[in-house]
Design a protein around this ligand. Structure first.
Ligand SMILES: Cc1ncc(C[n+]2csc(CCOP(=O)(O)OP(=O)(O)O)c2C)c(N)n1
Length: 371
């Protein structure tokens, strides 16, 4: 067993009580991935940054997640590794198949791969290089470092580790034959309420429930309306608020309300596919659509004339959607605990104070309140 590197990795993950793996494939770890899928709950990703947000939510909700990806995916995660994991003190062990350096045939892999250690150094993100299979115990040390010190830790796993491994390749799965009938009609009317009024409506409905609020003005508005320990205020990692909410919904039983925004959803529409695939009954996304990046000066987004966010949610397999224009309609949809509430609001920001807490304080009191 010990001689098969893929099996050794599984043993290390089990020993460290890893319970969920978020994965995005690399050819070099194609024998490892099916073993992970067999042994652990696995969340297949369409973009690594989304997985980082889901893992953050899973951790906040009491799980011990890991990411298994290609090293290029670190490039897609760098902002969030800093503004979410490092800033809030959220662990994330990342097993990254390190491309671009060892026996690399694909030129496009080299530019990021060769510079990755320097990039991680500069970003203040811990990493460990595992060059050969007799160095696999590095993974054990890295996972412990990540959870013990509440920080991300990347393991750069050389393709040399898996050379000569006798693990089987997965059997490819064909597309499921099916027919799709899609009927949708919706009306977006002139906005009647403000985001502040929408958040106030939510705050009056959420008793022992979790609220995860989007970065920028929405978090400040929520703080001003009703601060509570079960509010998780985001201050960075744009696009990941619903990802964090999904991770929280999958890891514990309280209801999770997410205040998202049109600009942020359009930055990470990948999360809609993840929500459509898991459909947790304890998750409600309030997609606050002011047709603008409100927090940065109300610059127009393409929900203004082009994209209907409710339709986008439906196209991603989220069935239980609503569109609301008034506080009363929002209240009803919240009480029905719909999965996705497209909430049409005016592009107006309330005047509000800064949140006086550090990110680590927001995380600490939130996790304590969840226990
Ligand atoms: C990666 C990244 N790009 C840009 C920003 C700047 N930024 C902060 S909030 C925000 C707009 C968010 O818009 P939306 O999700 O529609 O929410 P709203 O503020 O309108 O409620 C932007 C562009 C950022 N924080 N991170």
């Amino acid at each position: 067993m010990k001689d098969i590197p893929e099996q050794r990795v599984i043993e290390i993950l089990k020993k460290n009580r890893i319970d969920i793996a978020a994965t995005l494939p690399c050819d070099r770890i194609k024998a490892l991935l099916p073993l992970i899928e067999k042994e652990f709950t696995t969340i297949p990703l369409t973009r690594e940054e989304n997985g980082l947000g889901i893992c953050a939510g899973l951790y906040l909700g009491g799980k011990r997640p890991i990411m298994v990806i290609q090293s290029t995916g670190i490039g897609n995660m760098i902002n969030a590794l800093g503004s979410l994991n490092l800033t809030y003190g959220i662990p994330l062990p990342v097993l990254a198949s390190w491309r671009g350096v060892y026996n690399e045939q694909i030129e496009a892999q080299r530019s990021l791969g060769e510079r990755l250690p320097a990039i991680l150094d500069a970003a203040g993100i811990r990493y460990t290089i595992t060059g050969y299979k007799d160095e696999l115990d590095n993974i054990d040390t890295a996972i412990k470092d990540s959870f013990d010190n509440a920080r991300p830790h990347v393991v750069l796993m050389s393709p040399a580790i898996w050379e000569g491994s006798c693990c089987d390749n997965p059997v490819p799965q064909e597309i499921t034959p099916r027919t799709t009938h899609f009927e949708f009609s919706s009306e977006i009317r002139k906005p009647e309420m403000t985001r502040y009024e929408a958040i106030k409506t939510l705050a009056s409905c959420a008793d022992d429930d979790i609220i995860v609020s989007n970065l920028g003005v929405p978090s400040k508005e929520l703080y001003g309306i009703k601060d509570r320990e079960l509010n998780f205020y985001m201050t960075g990692s744009m696009g990941l608020v619903s990802s964090i909410g999904l991770g929280l919904a999958l890891s514990q039983s309280r209801h999770v309300y997410v205040i998202d925004g049109d600009g942020s959803i359009l930055m990470n529409p990948n999360v809609l596919a993840s929500i459509g695939s898991y459909k947790p009954g304890n998750l409600t996304i309030i997609a606050v659509d002011n047709a603008a990046c409100g927090s940065t000066g109300n610059q127009e987004t393409c929900t203004s004339r082009q994209i209907d966010l409710e339709l986008l949610a439906r196209a991603n397999g989220i069935i239980d959607t609503r569109k609301v224009h008034t506080c009363e309609e929002l209240r009803n949809s919240l009480q029905e605990r719909a999965t996705f509430i497209h909430t049409i609001v005016k592009p107006v920001n309330a005047k509000c104070k800064e949140i006086p807490f550090t990110a680590k304080k927001i995380k600490g009191r939130f996790m304590k309140a969840l226990k």
